[in-house]
Design a protein around this ligand. Structure first.
Ligand SMILES: Cc1cc2nc3c(=O)[nH]c(=O)nc-3n(C[C@H](O)[C@H](O)[C@H](O)COP(=O)(O)OP(=O)(O)OC[C@H]3O[C@@H](n4cnc5c(N)ncnc54)[C@H](O)[C@@H]3O)c2cc1C
Length: 640
């Protein structure tokens, strides 16, 4: 086996090739970030007290900052455009180590710094960004309230303009208006971006964000601000989450982050966006990077778990058997392969989709030429990939933990820590269920727009067009997929089970059929809550079906971009394993809707077994492709 050396580890030729393919368009940036990432002090001692864990995490961030990795790409002033791809890569690089440090960096640079960058204007940028990037000014992102988490449109905190003093008054009238779960609030933050309803001369202009100092230079909490420490949590113990309440706290007018709306010197409200709803969603859309980063971080957490379990399976023997006198390697049990390899395949699939979403983020935020449609599509895909990847990370890390048996349960092997930390990724930056509903609503929007006032006959005619023109024409692999499915759709079952055209056709059919029936049901339901409420599970199915297709198409595009050879062959097998696992999971749906015969459905299991056997010899290279040096995993069970 050929071993190649990188600046951080040694790996097989196949592993290096897979890594290059998975790193995709960000290969150079990722290699540079890995090389610069300080890896001596990567993982936190789980025995540290909460106070010590918080201090350790802050010091770790300072260390990473000094190594030049932390704020890579974050703008330093209004003159500095920043670099979006660098910020995403920096965040995901941090996810190779302590996840509290990753999330604290996300709060500081992505949320607090991101709000100042995207919602603020020149004065805010020039005054605060350099200190935010260098960690001199530590801050919070105060959006969630006790009363309003997913429904942030209804926040209760008020930001009232006081014309007499040219100030704003920030106030939490009710207990429900208390800001909750806020990172950096309990201990380290000295300033917060606070979201609340903007009231100017008696009129409510909807949710806006304002900078509010919360502690002075001596770290004493400022008058009018009440801070609570939310203490011990299910994970992320190194992040100081807390509550914040404001009692008529005054700040100067210029502290309002007024890129999308503010109060003029004459004391009048002004905004380039008339509708408060549109203004609010425009503001939120500029913060989409946070969601994409959380997804990227969860993807890395899953890869860490799967790397530990796979490397352990290649060492650990249980039960002697004929021809295996020292005992059978866990990796040689088919059932063990069935547990880990489909998850590894899905990790690759989600990684390729993540690369595509990151590329469209870069296009939307940096080109200045993105259409409204591209912006909307980015939002939908960011919501979807975050929901899929964080769900996957939770499942994969748990499976990895169990795949290591009792050893997996020891903290020294990292899996329980990763699992505890990644749990809440499913909730913050948008609860997954709510995000999937948003994905489905966005897809339904296309139908509502085109169906408009059409009668039933017109609707039927327009339906095929909506899916073909708007939903389908949206990935870089569209043309390729059209070619692959062209012949398959006439006789889908005449293909082999590893025919990519058949996979693409099944994924497309699952999405098209479920989306069209949802659209019809939604039209019938109109605006009636009870009727719409009945559509909940159907909406989640559609959102997942849509995202699974997007993920498959990203995989197809990545294979297409890979030179013929061993790496491409392995990617083909992984892609088939991903596609068949997804079809098998919805086997009942495909059968119920006449999309797959019983015989074909049964044959999928045997095909998955065959793919696992083919991939087994490459198990080590597959996890090397994840880009995590073995020494970074920090699992005692992997030491000789
Ligand atoms: C560790 C941690 C750190 C955080 N950091 C920050 C931070 O720094 N700043 C910040 O502003 N916020 C932060 N948050 C808050 C986080 O963003 C919210 O917890 C999240 O948005 C969900 O809101 P919620 O907790 O109020 O849950 P809810 O909105 O009450 O949701 C509870 C459940 O109800 C379901 N649900 C809600 N609405 C619907 C619906 N319409 N249909 C069907 N089901 C629904 C959800 O799926 C969920 O399962 C943090 C949270 C945690 C736990």
């Amino acid at each position: 086996m050929t071993l190649l050396s990188t600046s951080t580890d040694q790996l097989t030729t196949l592993g290096a090739g897979l890594r290059r393919a998975l790193d995709g368009p960000f290969a150079d940036k990722r290699a540079a970030a890995r090389a610069a990432f300080p890896s001596d002090n990567l993982l936190r001692d789980p025995d540290l007290s909460i106070d010590d864990a918080r201090e350790w995490v802050l010091n770790r961030l300072i260390e990473i900052s000094e190594a030049g990795v932390l704020a890579t790409g974050v703008p330093q002033s209004s003159e500095d455009p920043g670099n979006i791809a660098d910020t995403v890569v920096a965040f995901e690089t941090l996810a190779h180590g302590d996840l509290s440090a990753t999330i604290k960096s996300g709060v500081q640079l992505g949320l607090f710094g991101g709000a100042v960058t995207n919602l603020g204007t020149k004065w805010h940028h020039d005054t605060f960004l350099a200190d935010i990037s260098s960690l001199k000014l530590l801050g919070c992102y105060g959006m969630t309230e006790l009363g309003h988490g997913s429904d942030v449109f209804s926040l209760e905190t008020t930001i009232t303009f006081i014309p007499e003093t040219d100030e704003f008054e920030v106030h939490s009238e009710t207990q429900g208006a208390t800001k909750a779960y806020i990172g950096n609030a309990a201990k380290h933050g000295t300033m917060a971006v606070v979201f609340g309803q903007l009231l100017v001369r008696g009129r409510n202009y909807g949710v806006h964000a304002i900078l509010v100092p919360i502690r002075d230079d001596d770290h004493t909490v400022l008058p009018g601000v009440t801070i609570g420490d939310q203490g011990h949590k299910g994970g992320l113990l190194g992040v100081d989450n807390g509550t914040m309440r404001f009692h008529r706290v005054r700040v100067p007018r210029r502290m309002l982050l007024d890129r999308y709306g503010g109060v003029t010197e004459a004391g009048e409200y002004a905004s380039s966006i008339e509708s408060p709803t549109k203004r609010f969603f425009t503001m939120l859309s500029t913060l989409v990077r946070g969601r994409i980063c959380v997804s990227a971080g969860a993807g890395i957490a899953a890869r860490r778990g799967l790397s530990i379990a796979t490397r352990y399976a290649l060492k650990r023997r249980q039960f002697v058997a004929p021809g295996h006198s020292e005992g059978v390697l866990l990796a040689d049990y088919l059932i063990h392969q069935r547990r880990l390899l489909p998850l590894i395949a899905r990790s690759y699939a989600l990684g390729f989709a993540q690369n595509e979403v990151t590329s469209s983020l870069v296009h939307v935020m940096e080109s200045g030429q993105a259409s409204e449609e591209e912006k909307r599509q980015l939002q939908t895909r960011a919501d979807g990939i975050k929901a899929l990847t964080t769900r996957f990370a939770n499942d994969a890390v748990q499976e990895a933990r169990e795949a290591c048996g009792g050893a997996g349960y020891l903290s020294e092997n990292q899996l329980t820590g990763i699992r505890a930390d990644v749990d809440v990724f499913a909730t913050f930056e948008g609860d997954n269920t709510v995000l999937l509903q948003q994905v489905a609503k966005a897809l339904l929007g296309d139908y509502a727009k085109i169906w408009g006032e059409l009668d039933t006959a017109g609707m039927v005619q327009a339906t095929a067009r909506v899916f073909g023109d708007t939903v389908m024409e949206r990935t870089s692999a569209s043309t390729l997929v059209e070619r692959l499915t062209a012949t398959v759709k006439r006789q889908p079952e005449a293909t082999t089970l590893v025919d990519r055209g058949w996979h693409a056709w099944m994924f497309t059919e699952r999405e098209r059929h479920s989306l069209e029936s949802l659209a019809r049901r939604a039209r019938k339901a109109g605006k009636k809550f009870d009727a719409l409420n009945q559509l909940g599970d159907h909406m989640l199915f559609v959102a997942k079906a849509h995202m699974e297709r997007i993920v498959l198409e990203a995989f197809i595009a990545a294979i297409d971009a890979t030179e013929p050879g061993e790496v491409r062959e392995v990617l083909e097998r992984l892609c088939s394993l991903y596609a068949l696992s997804s079809i098998q999971a919805d086997r009942g749906w495909f059968a119920d809707h006449g999309k797959m015969s019983a015989g074909r459905g049964k044959a999928i299991g045997a095909q998955i077994n065959a793919l696992c056997a083919e991939l087994r010899p490459d198990a080590l290279s597959l996890v090397e492709g994840f880009g995590i040096p073995e020494s970074w995993l920090g699992a005692a069970i992997l030491e000789d």
